[in-house]
Ligand binder design. Structure first.
Ligand code: GLY
Length: 242
């Protein structure tokens, strides 16, 4: 296999088996440690839209990756309707290379993409199931950006303890963030940890920096024993701004 280097981006698309439409591109942060160090995880934070995917690159991704993939599915007689998630590497030369495909939404990318979706999601998904995607008006998006930061259990992605009481979610939401449970459960009326990735905290704003600021202010309110989160989500974009 070819060793590809560059920046990863996640291009989630929807398809009804006949037509494929990309959603906003997102960038996940797969490594556990700041500066993209340490072992891979399911994803420690994401933002959308990912500016590395310029309109020109987006057109290329559609033409060179998404459309041919759908054609290949058709040739094989596979009537696939739903989310087609292309995990891509954008090489230093600016070329998109496929790392993987998933037949599902991405986590945490979806937490950063869906808050920006203006077209009702149910209309998009229903059009996929009924093979009406081509007739659906262009999918529209809100201005601005969204960013999701993951709170994980100490030790993740290795062994970790469960059952730690989680507090501060209401206060976090008062900062305007959306808090999604990932690895949590209710135990005697208390919300406790039950997984490696515990919560996804999403902020929105006019810029990625503003969205991150909302997410991190909200994260400051949340506590559980051993809670860990990366404090550098979006660092590539923030560096570019500086
Ligand atoms: N965030 C990576 C994935 O959903 O596979």
């Amino acid at each position: 296999e070819e060793c590809v280097t560059g920046q990863e981006v996640s291009v989630l698309a929807v398809t009804d088996g006949l037509t494929v439409r990309p959603l906003l591109p997102a960038q996940d942060h797969k490594r556990i440690g700041e500066g993209d160090t340490g072992p891979n995880t399911g994803g420690m934070g994401a933002y959308a839209p990912a500016p590395i995917v310029t309109p020109e690159l987006s057109t290329r991704i559609e033409k060179e990756i998404l459309n041919p993939t759908l054609e290949a599915l058709k040739v094989r007689g596979i009537d696939y309707r739903g989310v087609l998630y292309a995990g891509l590497m954008i090489t230093p030369e600016g070329n998109p290379t496929v790392l993987e495909f998933n037949c599902r939404f991405g986590d945490p990318e979806t937490q950063a993409i869906l808050p920006l979706l203006e077209t009702p999601l149910d209309q998009v998904l229903l059009a996929c199931t009924q093979q009406r995607l081509a007739q659906l008006p262009t999918i529209t998006w809100k201005q601005g950006a969204a960013a999701c930061v993951i709170a994980a259990s100490k030790g993740y992605p290795g062994a970790y303890e469960k059952g730690k009481v989680i507090t501060g979610i209401e206060q976090a939401e008062q900062h305007g963030a959306v808090v999604c449970s990932a690895g949590t459960t209710l135990k005697q009326q208390e919300l406790v940890t039950s997984g490696g990735r515990v919560l996804g905290v999403t902020g929105t704003g006019e810029t990625i920096a503003q969205a991150l600021s909302v997410a991190y202010s909200a994260m400051d309110c949340i506590q559980f024993e051993g809670m860990y989160y990366r404090r550098d989500i979006g660092y590539r974009v923030l560096q570019d701004v500086d």
